[in-house]
Write a protein that binds this ligand. Structure first.
Ligand SMILES: Nc1nc2c(ncn2[C@@H]2O[C@H](COP(=O)(O)OP(=O)(O)OP(=O)(O)O)[C@@H](O)[C@H]2O)c(=O)[nH]1
Length: 414
């Protein structure tokens, strides 16, 4: 037998905040909201799908991928890098610019790494980070060479996009700064260590190094501001989204889960096998002669009574898996697991006793204090009963309890 006291714990249900029930009983879940109805949205194919995947990084919709802006910018930059690398490669292969086997190999590697980064973005962050690090090394090396030679002005513009990529990829101000700093150090070391061709003109090399370093610092500042602001906006959006989910699934007066959540939770519990093979129970209860109470003491006092009854119910059904709902008006519901029928009946007795023990005066009727009537439905896990039927049977039992004198509970039949 369980104790009739305890503190409520609703954390176990936090995930339910994202799963609610429509007013007419249809399931509304996050997945079903983002689901594309096949008869409304034409099937995307070929280029259409490719461009959507590119912009949303594989997400089905924008909402699916709230981080899509960052990913999209990153993809666009990688695409730009891919084009520039490809252009260099073509120019080198065609002999339009001063060409060498080494440069052709480097440009080919650039193309390959950019393609790798683009495709790895679909495969997961860790692969993308490895590909980016490889790209960064190649980039710093080539950049140093380009600056030293000072014969490749296009390459001089490339360092300006790299801090942006570092910030977008790492999505953190501090790590983005460190990444940019490493790039600047790498480029300067390549330039001044005399790696590659001989340093023909020290002043030119110094100018190149300075231009690249200052440009990258400037870009890093802009990106740091962007990432900082974006993070603040994302945090706020997440907070608002959580608040909206809370509002959608909870009754504002009592803080209990509302009717929208009820059928879905019941459906989920019916389909779930309890690890201890315990039975599922549904208890519906309704305050007796609440209209008279409201008429006598006023609606604000009636609201207070609803809150007190909600608290008392949470005290009785205080285990993590006990779920208490306010189904509307003065009707409440509890979905809970029970070892056997006897334990469920003890819980029902316990609840009715706890509410009577509140000592709220009843304005009329045979009882001095406010009472409730209840319908108890014990659900066999093996049966194929639906949530709606389980609810209807418990409701019939509650109706019988009302009809047979109130202030007691009746067990559902069938
Ligand atoms: N204070 C308050 N009253 C409410 C709220 N929701 C519904 N009610 C009132 O609850 C009362 C329900 O009355 P009835 O459905 O006649 O039920 P009852 O008087 O409890 O009678 P029985 O259920 O047959 O015992 C109505 O007077 C509603 O106005 C609420 O949120 N706050």
């Amino acid at each position: 037998m369980r104790s009739c006291t305890g503190s409520p714990d609703y954390r176990a249900l936090s995930s339910d905040a994202e799963h609610c029930m429509g007013m007419k009983g249809e399931l509304i879940t996050k997945a079903s909201i983002t689901e594309e109805p096949s008869d409304l949205v034409p099937r995307a194919g070929g280029w259409q799908r490719l461009s959507r995947d590119f912009l949303t990084s594989g997400g089905r919709t924008w909402e699916d991928q709230p981080d899509y802006l960052r990913i999209t910018l990153l993809n666009l930059m990688e695409a730009a890098a891919f084009i520039v690398w490809g252009l260099f490669l073509c120019l080198n292969l065609l002999g339009v610019v001063e060409s060498s086997l080494g440069r052709i190999v480097i440009d080919a590697m650039g193309v390959a790494v950019a393609v790798g980064v683009l495709s790895s973005l679909r495969m997961g962050a860790s692969v993308a980070v490895v590909a980016h690090v490889a790209h960064a090394f190649l980039f710093a090396f080539l950049l140093g060479l380009a600056i030293v030679r000072a014969n490749n002005p296009l390459a001089m513009t490339l360092p300006l996009i790299y801090p942006a990529m570092a910030f977008l990829l790492l999505d953190d101000v501090r790590r983005g700064c460190v990444g940019t700093l490493l790039m600047i150090v790498g480029i300067n070391v390549t330039i001044f260590s005399g790696f590659g061709p001989e340093l023909r003109d020290r002043t030119m090399a110094f100018d190149g190094a300075l231009t690249a370093s200052v440009g990258m610092c400037f870009q890093a500042v802009v990106m740091a501001l962007y990432v900082h602001h974006r993070k603040r906006v994302m945090t706020r959006l997440r907070e608002v989204s959580t608040q909206l989910s809370e509002l959608a699934c909870h009754d504002p007066l009592t803080g209990l889960y509302n009717r929208r959540t009820f059928i879905e939770v019941l459906e989920r519990e019916l389909s779930r096998r309890d690890c201890n093979e315990r039975q599922l129970a549904l208890l519906l209860f309704d305050i007796d002669r609440f209209k008279a109470y409201n008429d006598c003491f006023g609606h604000p006092q009636g609201d207070e009574l609803l809150k007190r009854i909600a608290d008392a119910t949470r005290m009785v059904f205080s285990r993590r898996e006990d779920i208490v709902f306010r189904l509307g008006g003065e009707e409440f519901g509890v979905v809970f697991r029970t070892d056997d029928a006897e334990q469920a009946t003890v819980m029902a007795d316990c609840l009715l006793a706890a509410i009577e023990a509140l000592g709220e005066p009843a304005p009329d009727g045979p009882h001095d204090t406010i009472t409730v009537s209840a319908g108890l439905n014990l659900l066999d896990g093996g049966s194929n009963i639906t949530a709606k039927h389980a609810y209807l049977r418990a409701d019939e039992a509650l109706y019988r309890a009302k009809a047979s004198g109130r202030a007691h509970w009746v067990r559902a039949v069938g």
